[in-house]
Ligand binder design. Structure first.
Ligand code: SAM
Ligand code: SF4
Length: 356
C-alpha cells in the first residue's frame, strides 16, 4: 500500500499553502496551524443508541442519496491530501454499518500523500474485519467503550452488545493493532466504571482515554451545563486518588488527549478536555460530515456544503479554492466557533452525524 508515499502534488496558487522546509505542500490556517488530519464520517447510521450521542429512537437518518458516495469522498480526500492532509480517520455513525467499508479503505490508503488511515468504531461489527484492517496497514483503532459492566453497557448504549465489543478489543490486540479505548465520562451514569476501565492498562498495552461529555446528543437530554460535573481536572484527580501518581507524558502538537502513565502499568491513560476545549491552539483537523458538510471546528455548524459543490459540477480548482478559503478562515478555538453558530443549542446536533 502507498500509505508512506509522500505526494509531490503542487500547491494551488495561494501564498499560505507552501512552506519551503516542508517536503510537500501544507496549508496553514489564519492562526498558523497546519492542515494534517481529516475525520471522515462515512455514515450517520448506527447500530447502538448511546445515551450521550442520540435519543432512544435514534436520529432522523439522511436519505441514502444525501450521503456522500465513496467516489465523492475519495475525490475530496485526494484534494485534501494535496493540501497537506496525511492522516484520515473514518468515523460516523458506525463505520461498519456502511456496506463495502473495507474496499473503500483500501482505495483511500492508496491515495498519494495519505500516510495514516485509522477508524473509530463501537466494535459491535468490527471483529470479523480485524485481519483485513491489519492487512491494510491500519496501525491504530479507537474503540468506544464506556463500561465493562454488561448491564450498564446495555443501559448506556440501549443495546446488549458488550461481548461483541470485547471480542473486537481482543482481536485487535492479537492482530498487533494499537487500541485506544474512548470512554465518555457521564455524571450519574458510569463514574463507577472509570477505575475498572483504567485498570485495563495494568495488564494490557492499551490507551484508555476519558472524554468530557459534550452536549452533542441529538436532543437525547438537556445540554450539559457549562459547569460540567466531570471536567478534565476532576477526572484526573479521581484517577490519581485511586491509582497513584499519574506521570504526564509530553504531548505532540495536534493531540487532543493529555497522556499519563502509572507505575507498573503496561498501557497509558488519556484525558480529553473535549468540552473545556484546552487543545484548540494546535488543532490540525477538518471534519467532513456524512452529508458532505465541512467543519473547520467541532463546535461550528458547518462552514461549506461540499456535497452541493460536488453535485453541481465544481471543478477540482473550485473545490481546492473553497477548501483553502474555509481552512484559512477558521475560528481560533471552539468557544469562538460556538459563538458564531446561529441560535440553536449544541444538543440539536448528534455526534453520529458529526463523527466525534
Ligand atoms: N460509532 C463510532 C463509535 O462510537 O466509536 C464512531 C462515531 S462516535 C460519534 C465517535 C466518538 O464520539 C465515540 O468515541 C463517542 O464516544 C464520542 N462521542 C459521541 N457523543 C459524544 C458526546 N456527547 N460527548 C463526548 N464524546 C462523544
Ligand atoms: Fe453510535 Fe458511536 Fe453514537 Fe454510540 S457514539 S450511538 S456507537 S455513533
Amino acid at each position: 500500500m502507498a500509505l508512506s508515499a509522500v505526494s509531490s502534488a503542487s500547491a494551488p496558487d495561494n501564498p499560505s499553502v507552501s512552506r519551503e522546509a516542508t517536503p510537500r505542500p501544507v496549508l496553514f490556517d489564519n492562526h498558523d496551524r497546519p492542515l494534517e488530519y481529516l475525520r471522515l464520517a462515512v455514515t450517520d447510521r448506527c447500530n447502538l443508541r448511546c445515551f450521550y450521542c442520540m435519543p432512544e429512537e435514534g436520529i432522523k437518518y439522511l436519505p441514502k442519496q444525501e450521503l456522500l458516495t465513496y467516489e465523492e469522498m475519495l475525490r475530496l480526500t485526494g484534494l485534501l491530501a494535496g493540501l497537506g492532509v496525511r492522516k484520515v480517520r473514518l468515523t460516523g455513525g458506525e463505520p461498519f454499518v456502511r456496506r463495502d467499508l473495507v474496499p473503500f479503505m483500501a482505495r483511500l490508503s492508496e491515495l498519494p500523500g495519505i500516510e495514516e488511515l485509522s477508524l473509530t468504531t463501537n466494535g459491535v461489527l468490527t471483529a470479523p474485519h480485524v485481519p483485513e484492517l491489519a492487512r491494510l496497514g491500519v496501525r491504530t483503532v479507537n474503540l468506544s467503550l464506556d463500561t465493562l459492566d454488561r448491564a450498564r453497557f446495555a443501559a448506556i448504549t440501549r443495546r446488549d452488545e458488550l461481548p461483541r465489543v470485547l471480542d473486537t478489543l481482543y482481536a485487535l490486540l492479537e492482530a498487533g493493532i494499537r487500541v485506544k479505548i474512548n470512554a465518555v465520562v457521564m455524571d450519574g451514569q458510569n463514574i463507577e466504571d472509570l477505575l475498572p476501565l483504567a485498570e485495563l492498562t495494568r495488564e494490557l498495552p492499551v490507551e484508555v482515554r476519558f472524554i468530557e461529555e459534550m452536549p452533542f446528543n441529538g436532543g437525547s437530554h438537556e445540554a450539559t451545563p457549562a459547569t460540567l460535573p466531570w471536567n478534565h481536572h476532576r477526572i484526573r484527580e479521581h484517577l490519581a486518588l485511586n491509582l497513584g501518581e499519574l506521570l504526564p507524558v509530553p504531548s505532540h502538537p495536534g493531540d487532543t488527549a493529555s497522556h499519563y502513565t502509572v507505575a507498573g502499568h503496561q498501557g497509558r491513560l488519556g484525558i480529553i478536555a473535549a468540552y473545556s476545549r484546552t487543545f484548540c491552539g494546535t488543532c490540525n483537523r477538518l471534519r467532513l460530515t456524512a452529508e458532505g458538510g465541512l467543519k473547520t471546528c467541532l463546535y461550528d455548524q458547518g462552514v461549506l456544503d461540499l456535497r452541493a459543490m460536488l453535485r453541481t459540477g465544481a471543478s477540482d480548482d473550485d473545490l481546492i479554492a473553497a477548501l483553502s478559503h474555509a481552512f484559512r478562515h477558521r475560528a481560533a478555538n471552539g468557544f469562538e466557533a460556538e459563538s458564531q453558530r446561529p441560535l440553536h443549542q449544541l444538543n440539536f446536533e448528534s455526534m453520529s452525524t458529526i463523527g466525534g
